[in-house]
Ligand binder design. Structure first.
Ligand SMILES: C[S@@+](CC[C@H](N)C(=O)[O-])C[C@H]1O[C@@H](n2cnc3c(N)ncnc32)[C@H](O)[C@@H]1O
Length: 261
């Protein structure tokens, strides 16, 4: 029997969220209707989803959405799936500027989570977002009706001659031979991998950010748990007030620095 009850007690990976997806019902409906029997079409849809998930396709690519901070975002295989660690960048930015005006740049916006979340929290900020992947930018544009300036291009090439009060980036930062990458094959590798030591893109961003920052402007970067020391060194020439942050797993995860006068 293919009743809701059986799936609620199943040990299949993500069986309950997949059931919610197949039936287009939420969890409380499933609990209240646990004697419901799936019809043939619903069973086919669910079996297909279960097969896809067992192949390793992330749940977010099957549902097409992922929650981040206080909003839901469309995601596709052209965009990285938003990670909860990245919410740290939002907290830091909100705390830094409080309600003050800010001209913001989100470099490598992917599905748009950083730019859109901050634009939603601070409607008076001037928000700009870039990516070199046109398909990712198309998803980001669909994720908002806010007045965000999306530009396509290789890092700062997308914003020639423009300057900002705050530049935020969650760039690719995984080393190219990292064994962990085999678990991430469904996500765009260009969103994840950055050369031998994972720092190729961060080096480029740190080198070019000063030309694009207003006086006393800030650069805020997400990075790998083992990259904090090297990034601090890279920042020292042009930045001061370097502040380091851990994520909720107590791993080094973000660094904030202010342009030297
Ligand atoms: C780690 S993902 C972050 C996406 C999104 N900001 C987030 O936090 O979920 C890195 C993003 O940088 C973009 N990217 C990679 N290399 C780039 C480059 N050279 N110029 C501009 N964007 C780039 C990727 O397409 C991807 O969307």
């Amino acid at each position: 029997m293919h009743s809701v009850h059986n799936y609620l007690n199943s040990r299949l990976i993500d069986s309950v969220p997949l059931l919610e997806l197949a039936l287009k019902k939420d969890h409380s409906w499933l609990i209240a209707n646990n004697d419901y029997t799936l019809n043939a079409q619903e069973k086919r849809t669910l079996d297909h989803l279960i097969k896809q998930r067992q192949k390793g396709i992330p749940f977010a690519y099957l549902s097409g959405t992922k929650g981040f901070y206080h909003l839901d975002f469309k995601v596709t295989p052209d965009t990285l799936i938003p990670r909860p660690e990245t919410e740290l960048l939002i907290d830091i930015a909100l705390d830094l500027f409080k309600k003050k005006p800010c001209r913001l740049l989100d470099l490598g916006t992917g599905s748009g989570i950083i730019a859109i979340t901050l634009a939603d929290k601070n409607p008076h900020w001037q928000v700009n977002a870039t990516d070199f992947c046109e398909k990712a930018l198309a998803v980001a544009r669909q994720n908002t009706n806010k007045n965000i300036n999306f530009q396509q291009g290789n890092w700062f090439d997308a914003v020639p001659n423009q300057t900002f009060d705050l530049i935020i980036s969650n760039p690719p930062y995984i080393e190219q031979n990292n064994p962990y990458l085999k678990d991430l094959t469904y996500e765009p590798q260009s969103a994840l991998v950055s050369g031998k030591d994972g720092l190729d893109d961060i080096r480029l961003i740190i080198k070019n950010a000063p030309k694009h920052l207003n006086k006393q402007g800030y650069l805020l970067l997400e990075h790998g748990y083992n990259q904090q020391q090297q990034i601090t060194q890279l920042l020292k020439d042009n930045f001061l007030n370097i502040r380091k942050y851990n994520d909720y797993n107590q791993q080094n995860r973000a660094i904030l620095a202010q342009l030297k006068l």
